[in-house]
Design a protein around this ligand. Sequence first.
Ligand code: NAP
Ligand code: ZN
Length: 349
Amino acid sequence: MLVNAYGAHAGDRPLEPLQITRRAPGAHDVQIDIAFCGICHSDLHQVRAEWYGTQFPCVPGHEIVGRVAAVGTHVHGFRPGDLVGIGCIVDSCKHCADCEDGLENYCDGMIGTYNFPTPDAPGWTLGGYSQQIVVHERYVLRIRHPEEQLAAVAPLLCAGITTYSPLRHWNVGPGKKVGVVGIGGLGHMGIKLAHALGAHVVAFTTSDAKREAALQLGADEVVVSRNAEEMAAHAKSFDLILNTVAAPHNLDAFLVLLKRDGTMTLVGAPATAHDSPNVFNLIMKRRTLAGSMIGGIAETQEMLDFCAEHGIVADIELVRADQINDSYERMLKGDVKYRFVIDNATLAG
Ligand code: NAP
Ligand code: ZN
């Protein structure tokens, strides 16, 4: 079936309206009318071919929420009308050790929501900047938030799980001091989630203007990372630093803030490499520099339920499809509080 979408035909071209084909739902598929889709910085990296291997036309979008329109004959967990979400994963091998552990995000056969091989036309997956999507039921998430919060739930499907998963993996909770670097789409969710998990949260930002807002989001303290004195006051004190920055920067400035056995985990995925950190900053206090990628399906459901229980959603600005290009420019300037979300109804007509 043909549906309206928004995508790009080349990395140096703006996104524009186009039509794409979705498969008819198979026995285990769920067909979803997409209501809203968040704009992740990864969408920009991919559609502008900053990352390797973008296939065109490229339709980004992996923070998808909407209602079930139809289900295949073997689907028992979802019914038409259910509120559901799709994140960054639409398929995986389903039988490797990672899949069996519920960590489909680390399966070598993981199929991402866009730009991954698929038997469907045109040969690669196309994402949520579109009216509908068809996904195997295993990768469909249930949304338990009230419907009026639906647009603000969308960013949980990537920004939420990408920050929740490392916070849980490194046992963040009461008594732990956690830094969140970069107050953008991921970072603002990291602050909210670390706060809800009971940690002492310090937000690091390059923009003085975000100081007050970071406290409102749940940070206990805010540090403007350009200010050496403010940084030095936190030397050797963090259990975990969650670094969401979308550009190469000086990692040593943050490594020295970890206490003995502390970890900095990188979730930001800049298109060009960071300078190598000074190994002495790792050796001296047995510190760890780590990475983390989104999260598995079971953990994504756990995160959504945790957020519904704690009343947590993203802070969003709703935009029309014809504002996507402008939203990218504003995201690059840090001019977003804190996630753009597309109203997919504006893709009609
Ligand atoms: P975003 O909304 O643009 O936020 C990034 C933030 O980083 C900015 O708001 C800014 O915060 C800070 N920043 C940007 N440029 C900087 C620079 N040159 N130096 C220092 N700080 C800078 O992006 P996002 O959607 O949160 O995504 C962040 C990164 O995570 C992207 O690279 C994205 O591809 C990646 N990502 C990774 C995963 C994963 O699974 N690991 C999942 C999703 C996204 P301040 O103004 O507060 O400094
Ligand atoms: Zn994302």
